[in-house]
Design a protein around this ligand. Structure first.
Ligand code: P6P
Length: 337
């Protein structure tokens, strides 16, 4: 049987990366493969969500005060379960859980990483078949190995991320992750049930013509943000336009599109949400890391997202992320009085 050596699976890619760094312990490669396994299990349920009664609210309210849909719970349990029984993670934090989960067993306590997840972002779109996603990031723990991880391990600035990524459950299912060595995308091949390398060394175009923002909140934004959005709408052939507005209310899908095609995604503070809506630790930081490694930028409108020192697990932040030159245009608008 001819084995197609041209197409690398996620497992083969992570092992190949390991061979390039013989002193690496292999823990991070293991961790990424564990995440890939959990993602495949979530993908099965997401793909049949319309067919079974897994849709609909599970009747509980999560720490965000949102109705929790059954798929959220299922996805959360898959990622927690795989990592708890793996050998590469000391504990996790999740949008669906009030506090961190310390695995606290002998093997996990000797792991050097912790993970944070938004297990199923955009879950409000499940019932209408719009792409949704999982977002994750990985930190090297700062607590001493051998004992249980601590909350401080999860409250590190985003610049300390070792890896970050997302899975997009869309027309195809993709896992994209970044380490400091680059951003790579893997598309799930149902014929072999494996994520296969499809997007090598992803770079975010320095320029783009897509701006993504919820125009319904326009009059709640501050004047500088309104000025930038107004400018996007006035772009024409002479000033680098025209721009187009694309926003589907599922951040993983919106940011994934802009990462590949160029563009800017914005979730500014509003009068209703003065601290922003998106979560710093497991929504903003992972995408900020991925897009920066790919050559883009990410801020909260005032400072670099990755420089922010978190104080709370579920704290919110304004979020602007995307193509370098579009982000610099926005920064100029935000710094003008
Ligand atoms: P709005 C989904 O609930 C989410 O967290 C992100 O995926 C998405 O970008 C944002 O909220 C949409 O929020 O207020 O524009 O509906």
């Amino acid at each position: 049987m001819n084995v197609n050596r041209k197409v690398l699976t996620l497992d083969e890619f992570t092992i190949q990366q390991l061979r390039n760094f013989p002193h690496a312990t292999g823990e991070l490669s293991n961790l990424l493969r564990d995440i890939g396994l959990a993602a495949k299990r979530v993908n099965v349920e997401v793909n049949k969500a319309g067919l079974v009664d897994i849709l609909g609210d599970a009747g509980t309210i999560n720490v965000q005060g949102e109705d929790v849909k059954k798929l959220d719970i299922f996805a959360n349990n898959q990622f927690v379960g795989v990592l708890r029984h793996g050998i590469s993670c000391a504990g996790i934090a999740s949008e669906e859980l009030d506090d961190v989960v310390v695995f606290d067993d002998e093997v996990s306590n000797n792991s050097k990483y912790v993970c944070l997840f938004d297990p199923l972002d955009g879950s409000g779109n499940i019932d209408v078949n719009i792409s949704i996603g999982t977002i994750f990031c990985v930190y090297r723990r700062i607590s001493e190995k051998g004992g249980p991880c601590t909350k401080e391990d999860f409250l590190q600035a985003g610049i300390n991320q070792v890896a970050a990524g997302y899975i997009i459950y869309g027309s195809s299912t993709m896992m994209v992750y970044a380490t400091r060595r680059g951003v790579n995308g893997f598309t799930l091949d149902p014929s072999i049930g494996e994520f296969t390398l499809s997007h090598t060394d992803i770079k975010c175009p320095e320029n783009g013509k897509i701006y993504s923002v919820n125009h319904g909140n326009f009059f709640q934004y501050n004047d500088n943000v309104k000025k930038y959005i107004d400018g996007c709408q006035k772009k024409n052939k002479t000033n680098g336009g025209p721009y187009t507005q694309r926003y589907i209310g599922s951040m993983v899908a919106d940011v994934h599109r802009n990462l590949l095609k160029g563009g800017i995604f914005m979730y500014p503070t509003t009068t209703d949400k003065p601290n922003g809506k998106l979560r710093l630790l497991y929504e903003c930081n992972p995408f900020a890391f991925i897009v920066e490694v790919a050559g883009g930028k990410a801020t909260n409108g005032k400072e670099r997202i990755l420089d922010i020192k978190p104080t709370e697990l579920h704290q919110r932040s304004a979020f602007f992320v995307g193509s370098k030159n579009m982000m610099e245009e926005l920064e100029n608008a935000c710094h003008e009085n």
